[in-house]
Design a protein around this ligand. Structure first.
Ligand code: GRG
Length: 300
């Protein structure tokens, strides 16, 4: 992969090892697929497969930037991915986005059934907190701080609240600040918390936490704008399923408010701002710079 940042990072070489750690931690947490009730335990594993694991990589990148040993952030990386997986399973349900496909294959409620979809989300959510509560690599205070940060990010003041606002604003045209605030909660809070969890594991200073949080906020918003841009490009190219949906229900997106080119430029400016914040962190910024480049260059 070509990098846009001048700094050369070996973080890319360590990504496979980090993903392996994530897989091991997640696998150890889930009961074996043959555990009663089997269908539920199979579906839990199904929901965790695929995916780019960007949020876990953000935890590892931020942890590496702050010099934290990987064992201290394995549980955090696993926990954010579990919350993310649960949010996707519930978001796909008929009562929410009613999607048939996720990560290139049937959504959990299509592959199993709706009740299993609800229960899988519930189980993934509780497992996330189990991961943090049971890790032996952190002291009690760090665990409680992490649990608190993750509940805040994923609860009604964070992701769940953002989802509720999103659903309530269907068919409304939002202002740009309203759209940014919605996404700061719906998608941004979980991305921001990846940085906060690494800061907690590092017992980082206030100044470091602030720079790291600024990085996380910029990446979170840039990620969502980019997601809207990629969706819009895909819809225009295929006039596919989402385009059909958009005709039935109007949704404010960054391209619909700003135009495609300006939305792209706004995302690029935020990625640059994230890189500047990363360079202000008293640690070594390379992993965070690599991740900003990696996310900026993603095509799906
Ligand atoms: C249902 C409580 C609840 C919350 C849902 C995040 C969310 C809130 C819904 C997802 C809707 C969506 C597709 C938002 C766009 C941004 C996003 C989160 C994309 C998916 O994230 P990726 O690309 O997914 O990191 P993978 O599959 O790689 O893990």
């Amino acid at each position: 992969m070509s990098l846009t940042s001048p700094e050369v990072s070996a973080f890319a070489d360590r990504v496979p090892a980090y993903l392996k750690r994530l897989e091991r931690t997640t696998d150890a947490l889930h009961p074996p697929a043959a555990t009663d009730p089997e269908r539920l335990h199979q579906a839990i594993r199904y929901a965790c497969e695929g995916g780019k694991h960007l949020r876990a990589l953000m935890v590892y990148a931020a942890g590496e930037a702050l010099g934290v040993a990987a064992e201290k952030i394995d549980a955090a990386a696993c926990a954010v991915e579990l919350i993310h997986a649960y949010s996707l399973v519930h978001d796909d349900l008929p009562a929410m986005d009613n999607d048939d496909l996720r990560r290139g294959r049937p959504t959990v409620h299509k592959a199993y059934d709706e009740a299993i979809g609800i229960l899988v989300g519930d189980a993934l959510q509780t497992s996330a907190f189990e991961a943090l509560a049971t890790t032996e690599a952190l002291d009690a205070e760090q665990k409680v701080r992490m649990i608190r940060a993750l509940t805040h990010a994923s609860g009604s003041l964070g992701m769940v609240g953002g989802q509720a606002v999103d659903m309530a604003s269907e068919n409304l045209t939002l202002t740009l600040p309203q759209l940014e605030s919605l996404h700061a909660r719906k998608t941004g809070a979980l991305i921001l918390v990846t940085c906060q969890l690494a800061g907690i594991a590092a017992n980082a200073s206030e100044a470091t936490n602030q720079a790291l949080e600024h990085y996380g906020k910029c990446i979170g918003l840039a990620f969502q704008i980019q997601d809207d841009v990629l969706d819009q490009i895909a819809d225009t190219a295929t006039l596919g399923k989402t385009a059909g949906k958009d005709l039935a229900q109007h949704k404010s997106t960054f391209p619909s408010l700003l135009g495609l080119e300006q939305a792209r430029q706004r995302a690029d400016a935020l990625f640059d701002e994230a890189r500047t914040a990363a360079r202000n962190i008293s640690g070594h910024a390379d992993p965070l710079l690599w991740l900003a480049d990696y996310i900026q260059q993603r095509k799906h």
